[in-house]
Write a protein that binds this ligand. Structure first.
Ligand code: GLV
Length: 328
C-alpha cells in the first residue's frame, strides 16, 4: 500500500519527524519558515494529513482548495486556529494535545503569577540597568501571594492544576468562574469556590485567565472588567491573545487602575501592543507556558500518534470532532 502524504507545517523534534517518515511521505519545514495562508494552502496540495501548531489557520478557504485533506493534528491544546465546524463539514478530522501539557502549563501560570505579584522582571531590569545603589524598605514591594485570594476564570484541567497549587501549596483562597460548575468532589479537591464573574473580579487579589478563545470569549477582560478589579490586583493571562483587550489593559496599567499584569499571550502575537511595551508593571513572555523539552516532546509525539492512529485505523487518540463513518 502506498504511503499517505503529510505536511509538517513547522519545525518539530527530529526524532518525531523520523517516526512520521517511517509511516508517511513527509514534507517538513525544519527551517521553520512562517508561511502565509496562501503558502500553507499551496503546501497542503496533495497531502492527506498535516501536523500544525497554533500558528497555522485551517479554515474553509484552505479546505476548499484541498479536498484531498483527511486529517489535521494540532500540536497544541488550544485549537482556535481551526475552524472545526468547517473541518467537520469538509470531512476532515481535527485533533489537539490535551493532558500532556496540563501540569507544565499550570506550573508556568503559577510562575507568572509569582513574577507579576513580586515584581521580579521589573526589579531585574532595574538591577541590570545599574540603578541599584542602595537598599530601601519599600523597594519593589509587591503583592502577597500566600494566603491571598486567587480568582481563576476558566476551570478546565489547567485551571484546576493552578487551583491545587494555590490552595494546597500557598494556602490561597481560591474562587473560580466557568461556563459549567465543577462536581462537588472536584471543588473539594481543588478547594475552589464557584462565584460569579463579578464577585471574582471585584474581590480577587490575583486574577488568572485560563479560558479557551472563541468569539464568545473575545475580550472577556476589557475596560469595564479592569475597572471592576482592585487597584492592588494583578492579572495573569496564559489563555490566548484576544481574551484580554490589550490596549485597554495597557491603559489600566499605566493609570494604576490595577497593580500589574503577567502576559504569555497577546492579541496579534508575535506582535505585542506597543503600549504594553512602555509600561513597567507588566511581565511579558513569548507564549511559552507549555515550553519544557519533556512536555513539548510529549505534545509533538501525541500529534504524530494522532496522525498515525487515524491513518492506520480511522480513529485519532484525542479527536476534536467526529466524522460519520470516518476511515482513512
Ligand atoms: C498552547 O498555547 C496550547 O494551546 O497548547
Amino acid at each position: 500500500m502506498s504511503k499517505s502524504s503529510i505536511l509538517v507545517a513547522r519545525a518539530i523534534f527530529p526524532e518525531v519527524l523520523q517516526t512520521l517518515s517511517q509511516v508517511f511521505e513527509v514534507e517538513s519545514n525544519q527551517a521553520d519558515e512562517v508561511w502565509s495562508a496562501a503558502e500553507l494552502t499551496r503546501r497542503m496540495q496533495g497531502k492527506q494529513g498535516a501536523l500544525t501548531t497554533g500558528s497555522e489557520r485551517i479554515d474553509a478557504a484552505l479546505l476548499q482548495a484541498n479536498p484531498q485533506l483527511k486529517m489535521v493534528a494540532n500540536m497544541a491544546v488550544g485549537f482556535n486556529n481551526f475552524d472545526v465546524p468547517a473541518m467537520t463539514a469538509a470531512g476532515v478530522l481535527a485533533s489537539n494535545t490535551p493532558d500532556v501539557l496540563t501540569e507544565t502549563t499550570a506550573d508556568f501560570g503559577f510562575a507568572l503569577l509569582m513574577a507579576t505579584a513580586r515584581r521580579i522582571s521589573e526589579s531585574e531590569h532595574y538591577l541590570r540597568a545599574g540603578h541599584w545603589t542602595k537598599w530601601s524598605y519599600d523597594m519593589f514591594a509587591g503583592a502577597e501571594v500566600h494566603g491571598s485570594k486567587l480568582g481563576i476564570l476558566g476551570m478546565g484541567r489547567i485551571g484546576q492544576g493552578i487551583a491545587r497549587r494555590a490552595a494546597h501549596g500557598f494556602g490561597m483562597e481560591v474562587m473560580y468562574h466557568n461556563r459549567s460548575r465543577l462536581s462537588a468532589d472536584l471543588e473539594a479537591e481543588c478547594k475552589a469556590r464557584y462565584v460569579s464573574k463579578e464577585e471574582l473580579l471585584t474581590t480577587a487579589d490575583h486574577v488568572m485567565l485560563v479560558v479557551p478563545y472563541s468569539a464568545a470569549s473575545h475580550h472577556t477582560i476589557g475596560a469595564a472588567e479592569l475597572a471592576m478589579m482592585q487597584p492592588t490586583a494583578t492579572l495573569v493571562n496564559i489563555a490566548r491573545g484576544g481574551i484580554v483587550d490589550d490596549a485597554a489593559l495597557a491603559k489600566a496599567l499605566a493609570a494604576g487602575q490595577i497593580a500589574a499584569a503577567g502576559l504569555d499571550v497577546f492579541e496579534g502575537e508575535p506582535q505585542v501592543h506597543p503600549d504594553l511595551l512602555k509600561v513597567p508593571n507588566v511581565v511579558l513572555t513569548p507564549h511559552i507556558a507549555s515550553a519544557t523539552i519533556k512536555t513539548r516532546k510529549a505534545m509533538a509525539q501525541l500529534a504524530a500518534d494522532n496522525l498515525i492512529a487515524f491513518f492506520s485505523n480511522g480513529q485519532a487518540l484525542t479527536p476534536l470532532n467526529s466524522l460519520p463513518g470516518a476511515a482513512a
